[in-house]
Design a protein around this ligand. Structure first.
Ligand SMILES: Nc1ncnc2c1ncn2[C@@H]1O[C@H](COP(=O)(O)OP(=O)(O)O)[C@@H](O)[C@H]1O
Ligand SMILES: [Mg+2]
Length: 378
């Protein structure tokens, strides 16, 4: 090669968007993918959409935002008919996606520079997919294995947060064998929490399987509902307060994480709480207020708690920290979501929008954060 020749242009980073998946939040994940497909800068990145069916099969997915949106209450779904099966090579350092066609030699989709796991719930947001990507030495957006697992499990999340001196509400855990062996004993144990109670699957999201209980007689049915999602159940004392959320974005080059202005969710009386319908299907009865109207001192407390919560679980990339603000202005951490809802209309991007970061900028920043971070133990 002659020295006068200009260097070949560097290949654009190839970003695989992973969405759908095995959890109850399959459709929510697909609608997030629709948002990212519509906003990602095609001049800067090559995009490879990969859908995961409810059965766990990875397939080449259509690169068209409209295909994956929630439209008129219709929930999108990835199926085996969407495209050929895709496998991730687990050979360390290879990081390639291969397309499998029945009866044919696998063809190469190419080396992936970053995976954006737009997955919510178990088998996606809980460290399992993150573990797969670690094995393959592929960079990915968001929290690693441990932070994802801790953020998913409401029991361990509370242990870690309380261990760091962060404020969490009173709760009890009902383990699978305890409920089977002695349901009456479990009911007696949660009585100390008073009423109302919030009964939750330990590892779920989007309010799936959660029941508000105002009468102890209704507790067994609520536990059974939660157990449809997870054999481990968390029962919490109901907290009276405003629901406030805060978006956290990891820092570049070792800088501290950044917190957005908080936003508020107000659900009207049609819903007992911020349930699945209120979140995705009945937006008319939910008011998202961004930024939330709160005294400056409370805003500062929330932003500080959000960053400390992010750091306590050792999250990376992004997280949404949800809190309750009680009538006497106490702030209690409800949960951290390491892969929060991420459509342009979701709270996470809206809170950044209100803080001066647009949705396309946010997508770009998250990919850059993933590209700059090393693979392996860090
Ligand atoms: N301890 C509680 N007190 C009052 N409301 C609660 C409590 N826990 C949950 N909720 C209500 O239920 C919703 C879903 O609970 P959350 O723990 O956030 O589960 P998910 O991970 O499914 O979002 C909350 O947004 C809130 O409206
Ligand atoms: Mg929540």
């Amino acid at each position: 090669m002659s020295e006068t020749q200009p260097p070949a242009p560097a290949r654009k980073p190839r970003v695989a968007l992973l969405f759908g998946g095995r959890s109850g939040e399959h459709a929510v994940s697909a609608s997030t993918a629709a948002g990212v497909l519509g906003a990602i800068d095609r001049d800067r990145y090559d995009v490879v959409p990969v859908g995961i069916t409810r059965a766990g099969r990875w397939v080449v997915a259509e690169d068209r935002a409209e295909r994956w949106q929630i439209t008129d209450g219709r929930l999108p779904e990835v199926t085996s008919d969407d495209g050929a099966e895709v496998v991730l090579s687990l050979t360390s350092g290879e990081g390639t996606l291969r397309v499998l066609e029945p009866g044919q030699v696998p063809s190469l989709l190419g080396a992936v520079d970053v995976v954006f796991p737009l997955l919510h719930g178990p088998f996606g947001e809980d460290g399992t997919v993150q573990g797969l990507l670690e094995l393959a030495d592929v960079r990915y957006v968001g929290a690693g294995v441990l932070a994802s697992a801790v953020g998913m499990d409401k029991h361990f999340m509370k242990l870690v947060l309380a261990g760091h001196g962060l404020p969490v509400g009173p709760y009890e855990v009902i383990r699978p064998h305890e409920w089977v062996a002695d349901p009456a004993g479990c009911v007696a144990r949660v009585e100390r929490l008073g009423l109302p109670l919030f009964v939750k699957p330990a590892r779920a999201g989007s309010s799936l399987g959660i029941t508000r209980v105002d009468d102890l007689a209704d507790l067994p049915a609520a536990v059974e509902t939660a157990r449809e999602h997870d054999p481990k159940v968390v029962v919490e004392a109901g907290i009276e307060g405003r629901e406030i959320e805060c978006a956290v974005l990891g820092g570049r080059a070792g800088a501290p994480a950044r917190a957005s202005l908080p936003g508020e969710i107000a659900v009207d009386g049609t819903h007992a709480f911020y349930d699945f319908e209120a979140k995705y299907l009945d937006e008319a009865h939910v008011q998202l207020d961004c930024p939330a109207k709160l005294p400056d001192a409370v805003v500062d407390t929330i932003r500080d708690l959000a960053v400390r919560t992010f750091e306590a679980v050792e999250a990376e990339g992004l997280s949404r920290v949800d809190v309750f603000v009680t009538p006497d202005e106490q702030v209690i951490v409800n949960e951290i979501n390491t892969m929060p809802g991420f459509t342009p209309f979701s709270m996470y991007p809206r809170m950044w929008e209100a803080s001066g970061v647009s949705y396309p900028e946010l997508v770009d920043e998250l990919i850059q954060l993933a590209l700059e971070r090393p693979t392996g133990l860090r």
